[in-house]
Design a binder for this molecule. Structure first.
Ligand SMILES: Cc1cc2nc3c(=O)[nH]c(=O)nc-3n(C[C@H](O)[C@H](O)[C@H](O)COP(=O)(O)OP(=O)(O)OC[C@H]3O[C@@H](n4cnc5c(N)ncnc54)[C@H](O)[C@@H]3O)c2cc1C
Length: 570
């Protein structure tokens, strides 16, 4: 028997045990109210139409059409399902909300923007990358392009209608490597007319048909390393309307996942370009898009983890073994509760990063430091969670979970790219070290954690958890300080351990604070989740944490897992 599938009856916004509650915590009530129709519409569209389209788009891979585009440019044929996914994303503001008014605000906050992305990516992970780069290209152009270029390109990137809209791409990785961009070999030359031309190869070019490409190239006579790189805009259509010749698509990558989206090997052959940020500034300007992409990556990761949990639970609610539903088997429930708790913590971290981005955008320096620290933590740890959750979901469904008739293999294939692109897990961990050394990342995290604990303590049932978390943060801060003060080689070797520990500590602190603010119906469950997260994943944890998890699974498993039952007394 096949496991049941999502369908028109489901609403992934309404049935999410934490999304609305976490969103309401840090977003004003009027904005949340204004966002509800958007979130509600996507909540029902994702499990029905989006999911069906995503299944087809995954199976019908894009195909290269050399010379078949406007002006003889290379182009790609996409299946109608992919184009419809793209249209629906725009119609529902999934990647553009933050550019448009919402409620009384001139622009929707990133908390709402990423909540939309979280719902969308539960159905489709392929288009999430192009959508992210479209927003990111507009973000960088708005900050670094001269007004004429900005006004020519940004409006079509962020427009609400799909008709005539443009898309973005970010091309950094070359054959020599994506982690270390110092070896970038693409060159920029300037003609007598002052126009720039680029020559070189980009080894991975996702959304390779994008109209607006942002890329790095070495400036004439510039020093080696990242200092000598300029940030360039390479438009497919030049401002005077002519096609930009010299952007060749050599082949499409035959990928494990995110198959609906085209990733090419691309060559610039004298492509027309515009310099946005020159020597000493290009790499830093590009990093702004990279950092936004890392947050998007975390959003997609939590989405895949949530979807994986959904599929495991949907099956467990109707599948019997040994005379009882899987969901009522203590050991099965233990695994499901562990995953549910971790997914909820991940969502809390992602929304916290979104909130920090909103505040940083308003000029709050403390929030900017917090965002600097949260970005690598969230990217690294949620991506690992996505892969693990997708793998768990396959197993929760048994043999059916391994078969491509069902969504779980696609989740696993799509998840596996998340720890790799936008900087691998190691690259994020080393970035955290950099942020700790240069930008006070540890102080920013610690300051925020202390504030969260102060709020958590207002709920008496969380006083002990808040105290334990405080102690754990003390130990972690001392450990990190020791690592940073020691030899660099030892700090690098410890970087992933510290990244993971700080991420879990932050997630636990956020869940504890959120539980203290939960309304009476949701609070008992939120308290159980916060306590379980802290016991299982913070501090030395180990066997004692496992015992707490087992008790929670036995005593409160149904209440933690049944979203619809979260009013159920605990
Ligand atoms: C489907 C897909 C689409 C992509 N799309 C794009 C795109 O549109 N634009 C783009 O620019 N790139 C894109 N990429 C490339 C991606 O960003 C890179 O693959 C990634 O950044 C890693 O670079 P690399 O492949 O060169 O691996 P390498 O840099 O060679 O790294 C190999 C391994 O070494 C590890 N490593 C490297 N340095 C260190 C260190 N100092 N300490 C410890 N470990 C280290 C890494 O963590 C990794 O595990 C895409 C990749 C994929 C798979």
């Amino acid at each position: 028997m096949m496991p049941p599938e999502p369908g028109p009856g489901e609403d992934w916004y309404a049935d999410d045990p934490a999304l609305a509650r976490l969103l309401a915590l840090d977003t004003d009530a009027a904005t949340v109210k204004a966002a509800e129709p958007l979130l509600g519409a996507l909540g029902t569209l994702a499990p029905s139409r989006l999911d069906a389209l995503a299944r087809r788009a995954d199976r019908t891979r894009p195909a290269l059409r050399p010379g078949a585009g406007p002006g003889g440019q290379d182009s790609v044929a996409y299946d109608a399902s992919y184009l419809e996914l793209r249209r629906l994303a725009r119609e529902h503001r999934v990647f553009t909300a933050a550019w448009h008014p919402l409620g009384g605000r001139a622009r929707a906050p990133r908390t709402v923007h990423f909540a939309l992305g979280y719902l969308y990516a539960q159905a489709e992970a392929g288009y999430s990358c192009p959508g992210c780069m479209t927003d990111g290209a507009a973000f960088v152009l708005a900050r670094h392009a001269p007004p004429a270029l900005r006004d020519a390109y940004v409006p079509r990137l962020v427009q609400l209608g799909a008709e005539g809209a443009w898309e973005g791409a970010m091309l950094l990785t070359e054959r020599s490597g994506g982690s270390d961009l110092a070896g970038t070999a693409t060159t920029a030359t300037r003609g007598a007319d002052g126009a720039w031309r680029l020559d070189g190869e980009k080894w991975f070019a996702s959304n390779c048909t994008a109209e607006v490409i942002l890329t790095l190239a070495r400036l004439p006579g510039a020093p080696p390393g990242t200092e000598g790189l300029g940030l360039f805009l390479v438009p497919r259509v030049l401002p005077d309307g002519r096609p930009n010749r010299g952007i060749a698509l050599r082949k499409l990558k035959d990928k494990l996942g995110v198959a609906s989206m085209a990733t090419a090997e691309l060559e610039f052959q004298g492509a027309g370009a515009f310099l946005l940020a020159g020597e000493g500034r290009g790499f830093q300007a590009m990093a702004e898009m990279v950092n936004l992409s890392r947050l998007y990556n975390a959003v997609a990761s939590v989405a895949i983890a949530r979807r994986a949990l959904r599929e495991g639970l949907r099956n467990a609610r109707q599948r019997e073994a040994f005379g009882a539903l899987l969901l009522d088997q203590p050991l099965f429930r233990r695994g499901a509760v562990a995953l549910a708790v971790e997914v909820e913590g991940a969502l809390a971290v992602v929304l916290e990063a979104a909130r920090a981005m909103d505040r940083a955008g308003e000029g709050d320096a403390e929030a900017a430091a917090l965002l600097r620290a949260l970005t690598p933590l969230a990217k690294a740890c949620t991506a690992k969670l996505a892969v693990r959750a997708a793998s768990e979901a396959c197993e929760m469904l048994g043999g059916n979970g391994y078969v491509e008739d069902y969504v779980t293999p696609r989740l696993l294939r799509d998840a596996q790219v998340l720890p790799i692109w936008e900087g691998t897990t190691h690259v994020q961990s080393l970035d955290l070290l950099r942020a700790a050394r240069r930008q006070g990342a540890l102080q920013a995290l610690r300051g925020r954690a202390d504030a969260l604990h102060a709020e958590a303590r207002r709920e008496p049932a969380l006083a002990a958890t808040a105290a334990d978390l405080h102690t754990a943060w003390d130990a972690l801060a001392a450990e990190a300080a020791r690592a940073l003060a020691g030899p660099d080689a030892a700090a690098q070797a410890a970087a992933w351990r510290l990244t993971r520990a700080l991420y879990h500590a932050m997630a636990a602190s956020l869940l504890a604070r959120a539980a203290a603010h939960a309304g009476p119906a949701a609070r008992p469950r939120a308290i159980v989740v916060a306590r379980a997260y802290a016991a299982l994943l913070v501090g030395p944890a180990g066997a004692e944490g496992e015992r707490v998890l087992e008790q929670v699974a036995l005593a409160h498993g149904r209440a933690v897992l049944d979203a619809a039952d979260h009013a159920q007394p605990i």
